[in-house]
Design a protein around this ligand. Structure first.
Ligand SMILES: Cc1cc2nc3c(=O)[nH]c(=O)nc-3n(C[C@H](O)[C@H](O)[C@H](O)COP(=O)(O)O)c2cc1C
Length: 362
């Protein structure tokens, strides 16, 4: 239970970090959409390690299309996408099987599944799960592009270092120039240095990712229990290590006056727009046509090489644990494509529900 998301564009994720594969089944994708493996592979490449402080686990992550696509076109049947896990080293996990990693899901998963959960590499609770999200997101992005919707994300903060705000139109291109996906090159260099320092100190860092969707039509979202912001938040919180979500001005609204927070309407080229975007493109749970702007807080990686006190759940005694193995010192850069994917999957579902995407694409 709990491994599927969406009403009309439904994704079901499967696979464990050190199991055979990671995969996703997408049901509800309209027929006739041109898709080839390279379209999905391109997105998958963006979440691979490469930035300073990312895992040394090197997976080929070669995407295979198992069903639902024939002659480069979706058929309307469920689409199954997967990649095989190759670079597996479960030794450390087996040795520390019962020493609960502070900050990870070891304790909660052990209790919930009675110890039967695949603990190797974090199993279902590994960041590798976002590979499935990104594969599904590649298809969602393609569908959304037919409406002119562009979804992208970038790193705005790591370890307290903040990127300077950039012009919206330049963020996507600038962020693609460094492996941290940060549109401010100077800040990116500082962030890299800080990550390196955290690695030397056997510690980890968190940060903030901003997701943006441009040209979203007015009217997406189903109040009151399936609000667009609520469903986006749900999808984004399914990214492991995401602990907070805010839209537009977010938590800062609490300190504003109405006259400051209210986005004033105006007319631009015959269209109603707002002069500011404190609402982050969503009012009353419905998209208002302004860019959707959402920020997620990513916690520092739980698995750190620094020794920490914990509990051995089998022996029921207190022990010290220094987590060995291959871990990301900072999860943020590798979660950026995941943020884009979860936004795209959610927006795609709502676009189908609004009847904006036909069931057969001609
Ligand atoms: C791309 C990505 C990579 C991750 N890599 C690691 C890692 O190397 N070590 C680790 O302890 N956690 C890592 N995580 C986070 C854990 O999976 C997550 O903290 C854990 O499942 C507990 O869930 P929670 O933090 O959402 O409560 C990663 C997450 C993502 C999105």
């Amino acid at each position: 239970m709990g491994n599927s998301l969406g009403k009309l564009f439904t994704i079901t994720s499967f696979g464990e970090s050190h199991g055979n594969c990671m995969g996703v089944i997408i049901d509800g994708c309209p027929a006739g959409l041109p898709i080839v493996e390279e379209d999905i592979q391109r997105e998958v490449e963006r979440r691979r390690p490469g930035a300073v402080g990312t895992t040394e686990r090197w997976e080929p992550d070669k995407v295979e299309i198992l069903s639902g696509i024939y002659n480069g076109l979706t058929t309307g049947a469920p689409i199954c996408l997967l990649t095989w896990n190759k670079d597996i080293d479960s030794g450390v996990y087996k040795r520390n099987r019962f020493a609960l990693r502070p900050g990870h899901a070891d304790y909660t998963a052990f209790i919930k599944y009675g110890g039967f959960n695949d603990f190797r590499g974090g199993g279902r609770f590994s960041g590798r799960i976002t590979l499935a999200y990104v594969m599904a997101g590649a298809i969602a992005k393609k569908l959304l592009s037919r409406l002119g919707v562009d979804v992208f994300a970038h790193t705005v903060e790591i370890g307290g270092i903040k990127a300077q705000p950039k012009e919206l139109a330049k963020i996507k291109e600038n962020a693609s120039k460094n492996p941290l996906w940060c549109a401010d090159q100077k800040a990116a260099e500082e962030m890299s240095r800080l990550i390196e320092k955290a690695r030397e100190e056997k510690d980890s860092l968190g940060g903030i990712i901003e997701g943006i969707a441009l040209n979203v039509p007015v009217g997406l979202g189903e109040p009151v229990f399936e609000n667009l912001d609520g469903e986006l938040a749900k999808a984004l919180l399914a990214i492991p290590a995401v602990k907070g979500v805010e839209f537009g001005a977010g938590f800062a609204v609490a300190g504003m006056k109405g006259s400051e927070n209210n986005d004033r309407y105006t007319i631009e080229g015959g269209k109603i727009v707002t002069q500011t975007n404190n609402a982050g493109g969503i009012l009353g749970g419905i998209s208002n046509g302004m860019p959707i702007v959402v920020r997620v807080a990513v916690k520092p990686t739980a698995s750190i090489a620094k020794s920490q006190p914990t509990v051995d759940i089998k022996e029921m005694k207190e022990v010290d644990l220094a987590v060995r193995g291959r871990h990301d010192v900072c999860i943020v850069p590798r979660a950026v494509p995941g943020v884009e994917a979860m936004m795209a999957v959610t927006l795609c579902d709502f676009a189908l529900r609004a009847g904006l995407i036909p069931r057969v694409i001609k």
